[in-house]
Design a protein around this ligand. Structure first.
Ligand code: SF4
Length: 335
């Protein structure tokens, strides 16, 4: 039996995938390289604003060029990136260009992993990504076709790590055990089990399948994933199996990334909140007041400056996106 490691709220058998080590520290840039995807997963968490559209985002920022992606990497002080979609292999040339760019500027230690359905994972595509410097590829396996793509990746890769990432539906434990056995046999490096998350975009199709929703997750998914990790510790000899709960992603990874970005991009008139948002003050009454407003107490919705008591305004909390200044201008306009 192999030991089950529990660190914070995540659990794994074997080793934690290298890409995840960066994620947990919030130092990974997320490049949404295209919203195009030819699968139709009932649990798809991708926002309907993005899904099916050939749009590119670097974290929350729309990216119109490769340099927009690079800028966001600098803004958060990224030490790695995850390339996601949609299916990034539908936009193969773009994905290869992004991997190459990030490795060129970030250096060989800059860790890049990419998600794909495997539907378009030809040997040529896999080689092109690895040649560009891709460190890790993660397949979203749905059925035998996906499994064949994983097998191919294990066969053609040189050093690139090959993993699989699947959401855990509470009634899929036996099916997932069979998948894990097969992946162990094929020689896959790791499997990430995800808690089945619920968003406004997939709520209806999840409920239609009879799953019960608790907060923003499917009831029973957490327990089913833990059961699989425990089972893997006694039944699988080589495959690493890692469970990443939704609450961990939300409370730890996303917050760590936002905090990092807020601290690095904070302007002199902004305060960083513990949740990674930035608070600022909208003061009405002319630009002349601005100089006097330093030292504002941003703890309440209506803030008062000890230096300039007559300067009253509204405290506004924003995500630390590059576009927040225009949000601020809008907030000032509505007073
Ligand atoms: S493969 Fe991914 S992006 Fe495509 S439909 Fe499924 S969950 Fe959504």
């Amino acid at each position: 039996m192999r030991p089950v490691h529990v660190e914070g709220v995540y659990a794994y058998v074997g080793e934690l995938p290298p890409g995840c080590r960066y994620c947990v520290r919030g130092v990974k840039l997320v490049v949404f390289v295209t919203g195009l995807c030819d699968d139709r997963c009932f649990y798809c968490p991708v926002s309907r604003i993005k899904l099916g559209r050939d749009v590119v985002f670097a974290d929350e920022e729309p990216a119109r060029s490769l340099s927009d992606i690079l800028e966001e990497a600098f803004r958060i002080g990224a030490e790695g990136a995850s390339i996601t979609g949609g299916d990034p292999l539908i936009a193969l040339r773009r994905s290869v260009a992004v991997v190459r760019l990030l490795k060129l500027h970030g250096g060989p230690g800059f860790h890049v992993h990419l998600y794909t359905t495997g539907r378009y994972a030809t040997s040529e595509a896999l080689r092109a990504l690895e040649d560009a410097g891709l460190d890790e590829i993660r397949f979203h396996v749905r059925g035998p076709e996906g499994l064949r793509a994983v097998e191919k990746a294990v066969r053609v890769r040189r050093d690139m790590r090959v993993g699989v990432e699947v959401p855990v539906a509470p009634d899929s434990v036996e099916e997932l055990k069979r998948l894990l056995v097969e992946l162990d046999r094929i020689g896959v490096d790791f499997v990430n089990l995800n808690e089945l998350e619920v968003s406004p975009d997939n709520y209806e199709s999840i409920v239609m399948r009879g799953y019960r929703v608790r907060g923003f997750v499917v009831e029973g998914s957490y327990e089913a994933a833990l059961e699989l990790v425990a089972w893997a510790s006694s039944r699988l000899r080589r495959l690493s199996v890692h469970f990443c709960p939704a609450r961990f992603k939300d409370r730890v990874q996303t917050r760590a990334r936002l905090l990092r970005k807020a601290v690095r991009t904070r302007m002199c008139f902004e305060a960083v909140r513990p949740d990674g948002s930035v608070a600022t003050m909208v003061v009405r009454g002319g630009a002349g007041l601005l100089d006097e407003c330093c030292g504002l107490d941003l703890g309440s919705a209506v803030a008062v400056s000890p230096l300039c008591p007559e300067a009253r305004g509204r405290a506004v909390e924003l995500q630390p996106t590059a576009s927040r200044l225009s949000d601020l201008a809008r907030a000032a306009a509505v007073g």
